[in-house]
Design a protein. Structure first.
Length: 81
């Protein structure tokens, strides 16, 4: 399978949400390190992504379908990055 890794932007929220909602219950549990992950929790997660401070890289098929992504968030400890 041929695909591209691309930076995701706020305009990609619908693709991110659709990708996560397609995941099986077991895959959602693994992705979020939680038991049952209902649709509304997925939607809240996607709505909370801060594209101004966080980095998201998407794995996108040549047809433009998002089928994986990595989400990097800044980590601050004791007031220091």
């Amino acid at each position: 399978m041929h695909a591209n890794v691309i930076p995701l932007q706020a305009t990609d929220r619908p693709r991110i949400e659709a990708h996560l909602l397609r995941l099986s219950a077991a895959d959602r549990s693994l992705r979020f390190a939680a038991g049952v992950v209902p649709d509304d929790m997925v939607r809240r997660y996607v709505a909370s992504i801060d594209f101004g401070r966080q980095v998201l890289l998407g794995y996108v098929s040549l047809r433009g379908e998002l089928f994986g992504f990595a989400h990097g968030c800044p980590f601050v400890h004791a007031g220091r990055p």
